[in-house]
Design a protein around this ligand. Structure first.
Ligand SMILES: Nc1ncnc2c1ncn2[C@@H]1O[C@H](COP(=O)(O)OP(=O)(O)OP(=O)(O)O)[C@@H](O)[C@H]1O
Ligand SMILES: [Mg+2]
Length: 512
């Protein structure tokens, strides 16, 4: 007898429907083979399926059994096919008669006792199943909330093989899972708010400009001035995730296995802070079984590199491509995989090794030349991709010791950021490839960054007297564009340019 049951596999962050075909020929020599480019984990499925079948009160047929995973030319990985293989074997041996499998997709790993265990990538598989026309998806309980984010399919949370079979035969029906909440990215609040940060008005303003234009930003200052605090709070002033962004970001976390059990769609922008000892592969993704790196886990959110000069050059250099392309492409023997990685980079550093260079009272213990050496550890090509640099001075006691009633809350700042982005989008309506000012290329700068006479005079002075480079010139214009957007101004004025020049701390203070 021949049986076929649908399951799903993963390639990159895209799922694909897999047909689990099972054929059984009566034979005294019991055999069980799985073909169709399975990896080791799938070949081991035999043992789990045999044991789970027995422990769920079913018999393993005395026969020669062949399971084929189609399409047979596509590599399949992981343990998510277990439950579908077991089901196909059971159908083949005459159980589950009369059940229609044409509209069902079954996903899950099996324990030896017949429980369904969670697997990675269920959201992506569920999207693919729906697109292939499946209307019912059966998943382990822990993955159900994530799967239920996909509209238009019934998702069943299956605890055990027994429960699955009871449902399929109609003996005891499971109820489909409802999405935990309707999608609501706009009303998400963040635990950490901008108003927690005292003083640092300039740095907060710089963060607002960075958020409005999608500019990468570097925070420089002595220890304990609020650099990490501010970085962590950046997601709270970015526009809320759209449904599409939430799906994309959750897909990445689903594949990487970083979703908590029972987690549905991610509703907040991610914040990732990899340590400087991290390898380039864990940062950008890859490996033998390619998984998304930190840059992709930060997709649609923030990547924070704390203590930037401590990151080895090989690691920061590996960021160049992802920053430029907003996606990571990994080439393998079996083809190419792409993980999206559109993120804002926030970096933080002390001005020198001891941390106190330029501090008004605390003496700096670094030797002459050490400061320059420390700064030069930050790779030039990476610095080229950071539009804004801002210094956070150490705070006077009064500022740090008294509550700041004037400090604005994140939602107030966020409203301005949203308005500025909308203003910019309308201007650049005919360039859908550019979605924030940070992405303005020379042609875009020429086209959208018109300056008035006074601004132009100031730029000339900066270029000739302050040693502004050609690259620096573009950067000042991009940032000035965002500052003008925040002010609702179509032309860039002198004030906007002046503020943009202020946001180049390092160029002004240390490197010139
Ligand atoms: N501006 C501030 N407002 C309120 N609290 C602050 C501020 N700056 C620092 N703090 C307090 O000091 C702690 C350390 O701040 P934070 O981690 O942001 O410092 P940092 O600038 O990142 O220092 P480091 O260079 O050592 O990493 C915070 O948890 C907070 O309690
Ligand atoms: Mg810090």
């Amino acid at each position: 007898m021949l049986a076929s049951v649908y399951s799903a596999g993963i390639s990159g962050i895209d799922g694909f429907l897999v047909t689990v075909e099972c054929n059984q020929v009566p034979s005294e020599n019991v055999r069980f083979d799985i073909v169709g480019l399975p990896d080791l984990a799938i070949r081991e499925a035999k043992e789990r399926v045999l044991s789970a079948l027995r422990n769920s009160g079913n018999r393993f047929p005395e026969a020669k059994i062949t399971v084929n995973l189609a399409p047979a030319d596509r590599k399949k990985e992981g343990t998510g096919f277990d439950a579908a293989i077991l089901t196909a074997v059971s159908v083949c041996s005459g159980a589950l008669r009369g059940v229609n499998f044409a509209n069902k997709c079954i996903i899950g790993e099996l324990s030896l006792s017949g429980e369904l265990r969670p697997v990675n990538g269920v959201l992506c598989m569920c999207v693919a199943a729906k697109e292939a026309g499946v209307s019912e998806v059966y998943v382990p309980v822990e993955n159900a909330a994530e799967a239920a984010a996909v509209e238009g399919v019934s998702v069943y949370a299956v605890p055990t093989v027994k429960a699955l079979f009871a449902h399929l035969t109609g003996a005891e029906k499971l109820t489909p899972v409802r999405p935990v909440t309707p999608f609501d990215g706009a009303n998400q609040t963040y635990a950490e708010d901008f108003s927690d940060v005292r003083g640092q008005r300039q740095a907060k303003r710089a963060m607002e400009i960075a958020a409005a234009g999608g500019h990468n930003i570097l925070l420089i200052g002595p220890p304990g001035t609020g650099k990490s605090m501010l970085a962590k709070r950046l997601p709270s002033i970015l526009p809320p995730l759209t449904f599409q962004e939430a799906i994309e970001t959750t897909k990445i976390h689903s594949v990487a296995g970083t979703l908590a059990a029972g987690q549905s769609l991610l509703l907040r922008r991610p914040f990732r802070a990899p340590h400087h000892t991290m390898s380039p592969v864990s940062l950008v993704g890859g490996g033998a079984n390619p998984t998304p790196g930190e840059v992709s886990l930060a997709h649609n959110g923030v990547l924070f590199l704390d203590e930037l000069p401590e990151f080895p050059k090989a690691v920061t250099d590996s960021l160049r491509q992802p920053l430029e392309d907003r996606k990571v492409t990994i080439t393998r023997a079996s083809g190419r995989l792409t993980f999206p990685c559109s993120f804002m980079l926030v970096a933080a550093m002390n001005p020198c090794r001891c941390g106190y260079f330029g501090h008004p009272t605390h003496p700096c213990t670094c030797k002459a030349g050490d400061v320059a050496r420390y700064l030069s550890r930050v790779s030039g090509p990476l610095m080229d991709r950071i539009d804004i640099q801002i210094e956070l001075p150490s705070l006077p006691y009064e500022t740090i010791s008294t509550a700041d009633d004037q400090a604005e809350r994140s939602d107030v700042i966020r409203a301005r950021v949203i308005a500025a982005r909308k203003f910019a989008r309308e201007r650049m309506a005919d360039r859908p490839d550019i979605f924030c000012n940070a992405q303005l290329d020379p042609a875009g700068i020429h086209r959208y960054c018109g300056v008035d006479a006074a601004a132009s005079a100031l730029l000339k002075t900066a270029y000739e007297k302050l040693g502004l480079s050609a690259r620096g010139y573009d950067r000042v214009l991009r940032v000035a564009r965002t500052i003008a957007d925040l002010a609702g101004s179509e032309t860039i004025g002198m004030d906007h340019v002046a503020e943009a020049i202020q946001l180049r701390s390092l160029d002004r203070k240390y490197w010139h």
